[in-house]
Ligand binder design. Structure first.
Ligand code: AHR
Length: 503
């Protein structure tokens, strides 16, 4: 039996939790948009063609900000293809995913959908095949009330109110050789800096995200961030991080420790950003937008580049439709712990993606929508993690991993909302075999009772929710918890994620 001990002290905070930590990502990729959020012929489609069952699930998931329209897609995208009368919109080749884009959904429709789900838009501009002018154009179209060519065009297209998009990504993964328009860090830094300066001439209050690395394993990682920030430091607010995890060669121990990699990735980007801050003698601190993160079985994924015959580039094909197990859900829960632990510097994040494509929500055309295992830790963390992240003292045993060395078997983070005096503790037991008993010393919180306890676990760690069995896996009430004075004790099953509230 594993024993771990943690002490909660509400006086020591890491930082306030920005709601934008619970963002997601919708890309024109596979069936994320078409046959995902939008399916006009579906029995539950609303008057705009959006699936109401999906809207309900997105609301339940508790998603704050949604990044759109890509992803690799955006680096070849012409935003103006997606506005105006639908029957006049062009069909285009999507070079990123070897698909055909019909442009039935674009900025105006997506903004309508966002109002229905209650989320904010984080818009990515194309700095792959395009540049400063097109970024200015979409900004004018989206955010200027009226009285200019492009804002009047939006009004004429049926959207009288500006979209007022506050957060803008300056391209996507421009460090990746697969990216349309990929170049050196210096090339990208110049373009991002020019674009940011120009966009700020329209609205100095925009929040701008410059591309960091598409993974900590990229050969240019670290140097890319330094070069890009040295050029753009005064112009941007965020630098992005992207990370996807999957088990390699059956090594589940390392996979369960993926959050260690995420911790190190964040710490390295913070160090690099602060190094540039020092070089520039700047008072400004750059935040991290972890705007793509998830479990993604890339090794199972067939390379779209093999589809070379343009005549066969399909509309909304089934791409990247990972089915997630309990094990994957536990890893997603532990990645959320890592993000929360860095709440002082990671103030925006996007679970990639939202529907069908490496997603917590799956749909069947004409059929049901259901929650994947990864849905549960995200929804519960988004609902319960309020106020600020606390510094936590955690003692417990460790295990050896092939990828990350010695790693704690139990990981945890606590959040505290001074307004409601409620505290939430999120825990993961990474052991493949053993239960873990955790003592939570909550005496410094004063008199508290155990509120809710929910655990994601299954005797079969590979169990998943599927079209045939959409409710196979869910959260379970954990009945092991008890309080003795100021100490709450709870038992965590092997390979499990748990959320406890203390009220
Ligand atoms: O989320 C899937 C893809 O992963 C995105 O399009 C890209 O940005 C990343 O490589």
């Amino acid at each position: 039996m594993i024993h771990a001990h943690l002490t909660i002290d509400p006086h020591f905070a890491v930082g306030p939790i920005d709601r934008r930590l619970f963002g997601s990502f919708v890309e024109h990729l596979g069936r994320c948009v078409y046959d995902g959020i939008y399916e006009p012929g579906h029995p539950r489609a609303d008057e705009d063609g959006f699936r109401q069952d999906v809207i309900e699930l997105v609301r339940e998931l508790g998603v704050s900000t949604i990044r759109y329209p890509g992803g690799n897609f955006v680096s070849g995208y012409r935003w103006e293809d997606g506005v105006g009368p639908r029957e006049e919109r062009p069909r285009r080749l999507d070079l990123a995913w070897h698909s055909t884009e019909t442009n039935e959904v674009g900025l105006d429709e997506f903004s309508v959908w966002l109002r229905k789900v209650g989320s904010d838009l984080m818009y990515a501009v194309n700095l792959g095949t395009r540049g400063v002018q097109e970024a200015l154009d979409v900004l004018e179209y989206a955010n200027i009330r009226s009285g200019t060519a492009l804002s009047d065009q939006r009004v004429a297209n049926g959207t009288p109110e500006p979209h007022d998009i506050r957060m803008w990504c300056l391209g996507n993964e421009m460090d990746g050789p697969w990216q349309l328009g990929h170049g050196t860090a210096e090339d990208y830094a110049q373009l991002a800096g020019k674009t940011a300066r120009a966009m700020r001439q329209i609205d100095p209050g925009l929040e701008l995200v410059v591309c960091g690395s598409s993974g900590a394993g990229m050969p240019t990682f670290g140097e890319w961030e330094r070069v890009v920030l040295q050029e753009t430091y005064d112009e941007v607010d965020f630098i992005s991080c992207h990370a996807y995890y999957e088990p390699r060669d059956g090594d589940l121990g390392s996979f369960l420790a993926s959050a260690v990699d995420m911790d190190r990735f964040i710490d390295s980007v913070v160090a690099t950003a602060d190094h540039v801050k020092a070089l520039r003698r700047s008072d400004k601190t750059i935040s991290i937008s972890f705007d793509e993160w998830n479990v993604w079985y890339q090794s199972r994924y067939e390379d779209v580049d093999k589809i070379t015959d343009i005549a066969t580039w399909p509309v909304a094909p089934r791409l990247l439709e990972d089915s997630y197990s309990v094990l994957d859900g536990v890893v997603v829960g532990s990645l959320l712990i890592s993000l929360l632990r860095h709440a002082d510097r990671v103030t925006s994040a996007s679970l990639a993606q939202l529907v069908n494509v490496i997603a917590p929500i799956m749909t069947e055309p004409g059929g049901p929508a259901w929650r994947q295992t990864t849905f549960f830790p995200f929804a519960v963390t988004s609902a319960l993690a309020r106020g600020r992240t606390l510094e936590l003292k955690l003692d417990g045993p460790a295990y050896d991993t092939a990828l990350y060395g010695s790693v704690p078997l139990v990981d945890a983070v606590a959040t505290h909302d001074p307004e409601t005096s409620s505290t939430a503790v999120f825990l993961v037991n990474r052991s493949l075999e053993e239960e873990a008993t955790v003592e939570i010393d909550a005496a410094l919180l004063g008199a508290v009772e155990i509120g809710s306890i929910q655990t994601l676990h299954d005797a079969d760690i590979h169990a998943a929710n599927t079209l045939a069995d959409p409710e196979r896996v869910g959260l379970q009430a954990n009945r092991t918890a008890h309080r003795d004075g100021g100490v709450v004790t709870v038992t965590l099953p092997p390979v499990s994620w748990t959320a406890i509230t203390l009220v």
